[in-house]
Design a protein around this ligand. Structure first.
Ligand SMILES: [Mg+2]
Length: 360
């Protein structure tokens, strides 16, 4: 089988309202979508969800990166994941989202050619994943209201965005715990918003409120600080997100003893193939992984869910990006179904998503 063409399109994914996290207010998102065609009539769909403050990419730079990859891709065997990733890295450093779009489309092709859903291509047997939902930064009362709403919808794990004002963060989590009771699992994500001293104080308070994990409490570059924080606040898992893009970052964090959990994002690392390398390094070191997302639509979310379903060491899923859109479906039929926090992948080959690429 040979790749004959790669088509690139952008699609605006509107939000119902701006989303607030520690370092940004996000008004909306534009996804970059690819369709990779082959000489056997099989095609694959992929998605890039560039996010400048984390991946250093814009929509325009992502399109340019994909244009740069095109001549290298045409004529290649789409199952040559190792070779194609090596050549993408040779042509352009970083640019994880652009590489991810190609990677997802290749896995979609491989699944379709094998007649297997992606989670089975990746070695999995169970199509269900327990997913969380995210509460973005708002007034503590509004955050409490959303927590009640998500729990009523069936979510058992909530991720709470923090990192702007420590006292308000603790108040919001206190109100949420009061409203949802002790059985609901809570995690916070400070998005690099604290310094070490503040983080020690906040995480001790969060631990007393039954928060199980704190994601990226310190700036992405402060790996030593994360290691010190981890030894000073035992009993709450420290999770590295912005500190880990690729497998080399993962090794740095693991060697420093800076994290209990690594948040893998396909958009940071360049797709499923490099994500498997991060997870293998983490698993060997006794560190678990979560798969998170950017403002992904259902295409990249389905790829992330398949990865979680297939890998035992990936113990958590934070794959709710599509839910926070005005229209979660965006015309993308299939892939998975969900009831509350229980997501079930389709058994159709590849991503199993029916998406009219020509209509974009
Ligand atoms: Mg995060």
């Amino acid at each position: 089988m040979k790749i004959t063409d790669i088509e690139i399109k952008t699609l605006v994914l509107p939000f119902p309202a701006p989303i607030r996290i520690a370092f940004a207010v996000i008004e909306g998102a534009t996804g970059v979508f690819v369709r990779i065609k082959t000489d056997e009539g099989i095609f694959g769909i992929g998605e890039a969800s560039p996010f400048g403050p984390v991946t250093g990419e814009t929509v325009e730079s992502t399109v340019a990166a994909l244009e740069l990859f095109r001549p290298m891709l045409i004529g290649r065997d789409p199952t040559d994941l190792e070779g194609i990733h090596a050549d993408m890295d040779r042509l352009l450093a970083y640019n994880g989202s652009a590489k991810c779009a190609v990677d997802i489309a290749l896995y979609d092709i491989i699944g379709k050619a094998a007649g297997l859903p992606l989670y089975k291509v990746l070695g999995g047997a169970n199509p269900t994943v327990e997913n969380d939902n995210t509460i973005h930064i708002d007034t503590p009362a509004e955050m409490q209201r959303l927590a009640k709403q998500y729990v009523a919808q069936g979510y058992r794990i909530l991720k709470i965005k923090t990192g702007i004002d420590p006292e308000t963060d603790i108040e919001a989590v206190r109100l949420i715990r009061e409203a949802v009771g002790p059985a609901i699992r809570l995690r916070i994500d400070a998005n690099q918003g604290y310094d070490l001293c503040t983080a020690v104080r906040v995480l001790n308070a969060m631990k007393d409120l039954g928060v199980e994990a704190a994601e990226q409490p310190l700036p992405y570059w402060d790996v030593e600080g994360m290691a010190r924080l981890r030894s000073r606040v035992p009993g709450i898992r420290i999770m590295a997100d912005e500190s880990v893009h690729d497998p080399h970052d993962a090794m740095r964090v693991i060697r420093a003893g800076a994290a209990d959990v690594i948040n893998i994002k396909l958009m940071k690392c360049g797709g499923i193939y490099p994500a498997l390398k991060i997870n293998a390094a983490a698993e060997a070191a006794g560190v678990t992984c979560m798969v998170g997302c950017m403002a992904d639509s259902k295409i990249a979310i389905a790829a992330g869910l398949a990865l979680v379903a297939a890998q035992r060491n990936i113990a958590d899923a934070d794959l709710d990006g599509f839910l926070h859109k005005k229209d979660p479906e965006m015309g993308m039929k299939g892939g998975f179904t969900y009831e509350g926090g229980t997501f079930t992948l389709t058994d159709k080959p590849g991503l199993g998503i029916d998406f009219d690429f020509d209509a974009i």
